[in-house]
Design a protein around this ligand. Structure first.
Ligand code: GRF
Length: 260
């Protein structure tokens, strides 16, 4: 089900080509999105509330970033983030996973919807479906996720309860490039929160969510500025940035902050 305009590519035409990857290879051998006309095209995938998606949209607008959320796509028609995005004039689509017999068929339909917008990056923001290796490979180096733990600790679901059960005193969130291994992949940035004695999973999740928003917003700033690249050893580089570790108030973990 589509809630928006048809796919419109960088050239303004309706497009549905697969495999149009806007990559440039730097002299160093690193790969980085080739931001045509200086504008970074994002497609955001959600399954529910969409508060991370909303923060990304608001950050792009408030900071006047050279970036655009071209579409928001959900596997669930009842995702609360969809009407929010529509009201902001962002095309929205639903690709219901239950309509497809296999993960491969669902992922192929999802990719068709995404590719119509020719995104530089596909941003998972509370998207609750496991993606096939073929899908992940298709968007290698362009597919980002936020996970509510300090990976590699606590992959999977119920991360806040996992943290409480382990008795860790610091919990956190990770923005990472997606690989075929679930909740694994090159780390772009991490943020932390303390675990308090009276916490339950809900209070810990709420404390972490505000850090998630600041972290994803910061990563989108870096993406929009074309600073992020991935080397052949699957390490992330962010040009001119002193640290990619963030404190509970969302500030960088060391002073000096940005080098340029
Ligand atoms: C976030 O905690 C995110 O880390 C996790 O699911 C939640 C989604 O929240 N993957 P929202 O939909 O962005 O509000």
């Amino acid at each position: 089900m589509s809630h928006g305009e048809a796919g419109v590519g960088k050239d303004g035409n309706s497009v549905s080509q697969a495999g149009v990857y806007n990559f440039a290879t730097l002299n160093s051998g690193n790969i980085v999105a080739d931001l045509e006309n200086g504008s970074c095209r994002l497609v955001i995938l959600i399954s529910g509330r969409g508060s991370n998606m909303q923060t990304i949209v608001d950050t792009i607008e408030q900071d006047a970033l050279p970036a655009r959320v071209c579409a928001v796509v959900s596997n669930r028609a009842d995702a609360a983030g969809l009407p929010w995005a529509s009201e902001r004039g962002i095309p929205t689509h639903v690709v219901p996973h239950r309509d497809y017999a296999t993960r491969q068929e669902f992922d192929a339909a999802l990719a068709d919807t995404i590719d119509a917008y020719e995104p530089d990056y596909v941003v998972l923001a509370g998207f609750m479906r496991v993606l096939t290796p073929a899908f992940v490979e298709r968007y290698e180096g362009r597919l980002l996720n936020i996970h509510p733990s300090l990976l590699p600790a606590f992959p999977g679901l119920h991360t806040h309860q996992q943290a409480l059960d382990e008795g860790v005193q610091w919990h956190g969130c990770t923005v990472h490039f997606v690989t075929a291994k679930l909740d694994h992949g090159p780390v772009v940035a991490q943020g932390i929160v303390p675990v308090l004695g009276e916490d339950d999973a809900e209070s810990l999740a709420a404390r972490l969510l505000s850090v998630e928003h600041k972290l994803y917003a910061q990563v989108v700033r870096w993406l929009a500025e074309g600073r992020v690249s991935l080397d052949e050893n699957h390490r992330v580089h962010v040009a001119g940035v002193a640290t990619r570790a963030f404190l509970p108030d969302g500030t960088p973990a060391i002073s000096g902050k940005e080098l340029s």
